[in-house]
Design a protein around this ligand. Sequence first.
Ligand code: PLP
Length: 403
Amino acid sequence: MTKQEINRELFDDVMVPNYAPGKIIPVKGKGSRVWDQDGREFVDLAGGIAVTSLGHAHPGLVSALQDQAEKLWHLSNVLTNEPALKLAKTLCDLTFADRVFFANSGGEANEAAFKLARRYAWEHYGAEKNEIISFRNSFHGRTLFTVSVGGQPKYLEGFEPAPGGIHHADFNDLASVEALISDKTCAIVVEPIQGEGGIMPGTQAFLEGLRALCDKHNALLVFDEVQTGVGRAGHLYAYQMYGVTPDILSTAKSLGGGFPVGAMLTTSGIAASLGVGTHGSTYGGNPLACAVAQKVIDTVSQPEILKGVKVRSERLKKGLMSIGERYGVFSEVRGAGLLLGGVLTDAWKGKAKDFLNAGIDEGVMVLIAGPNVIRLAPSLIIPESDIDEALTRFERAVKKVCA
Ligand SMILES: *Cc1c(COP(=O)(O)O)cnc(C)c1O
């Protein structure tokens, strides 16, 4: 097959049509820059979808992957392996957790979290205690259980019957949770900052209130930190920013810096409910994935990197707000750290994709979070000069859309 034959049209011929990828095909990345098949260069403010936490082809990640590739790729969980043990120990040392389950994606980490919450309640309180409360507009993955817990009904359409016992409350509305919670509730599942739902931060009082409600009803508090975790919000995990500690936490996306890996973190008392044979994964804890994630965590957990996220966040936020003011496109820029959302004004409601597409034309990759929010989730170590260049290009894109 020639290079010319591997093009965007081929996607429509050979792929299941569940995605609508843009017209360019990137072939190379370095730091926060990406090049397409024609050699056109882009500044990357998307990071995949908040995934490439240390940019593209980070030398430390490349060598971690290469070193492990020459040693051992895979064993399965019939045997354990050094990279998985080391990474689990690191995650436990740096968080509330003292047990880790490895998966390959955010959806799988959540699947494990939700199954554990049910199993723990079943074991300690009986089969009746199986209800899960989550939130409208939340996103937890695309497996049947995780789309059912997720709060976007369109993702479940046509896939029913869904698993039962799942209720949805309103995000940042404690009263709506109080109306649903009972002693039959086994877990409340929440993203501390809703990502796909529009970069909507949970309020301090709301997350504290959920913790109190869980304690009152013997329910587990599950934080889905698949998007907010691993330095993204300016802390290793967002729960540390809020000072509200969950019972179970899921992490993925930035964790592998681009290599597929996910993890569920919990306490030893709760973990005990996933005894031998109750759950599993062929690839979970894969040595290649864990070796790369180790390097990501070792790097991102350094105080100067986390401090750098806050500095970059301020710079990006300021630039975005000033574009918003000049063109009247944003009513607000919200989020934390390097997970930022520019909320479109009424005049531009529903047009987020136009800004994304115009960005591609001007050489900058951004994301959307629903039809009304421009989402930015760049590398946590993006050079400040790349932020400035990206803002210059994005301003050109906005100007074009507004023309
Ligand atoms: C992306 C995301 C997921 C799903 O992760 P996958 O790796 O796509 O399965 C789950 N929860 C949140 C909050 C996410 O942002």
